[in-house]
Write a protein that binds this ligand. Sequence first.
Ligand code: FES
Length: 145
Amino acid sequence: MSRNVGIEITTSRKTLAQVLVCVGCCCGRTDKGHPEVPVDWLKQEWRKRTLPKKVQLTISGCLGPCDVTNVVLVMMGDHPVWLGGLDRHEQYKALADWASDCASAGRVVPLPASLARFRMDRFHERHHFASDFESAACCGDAEVA
Ligand code: FES
């Protein structure tokens, strides 16, 4: 039995959002003919704008949909928005500006319209789950204390 049964898992890191920028086996690999991902600029910009504790920037390994290339996952709270095919610096600047706007507002604000055309479906099939997890019927009341 897990020691965590009945314990709510929480984090003390309360960011508004998270931007995961892929630089895996394909994204940003100019040697493979893909557009550059301005990783150093993004890191510098996030620091300059004091964003890390408000909107986390994560430079990630492969996020999966390599064929799209230059993939970004924006976690707007617990709501994922997948972007793909970014090929210009101005698109990454729009992400940094959006993060700044979130930080200034103290809440997640809508992504800029200029990025809407890069939105993609991560998975071919849409799943329509009633909830994210199965029913906890397997756990007796005694374990859930
Ligand atoms: S390398 Fe970016 S999605 Fe695979």
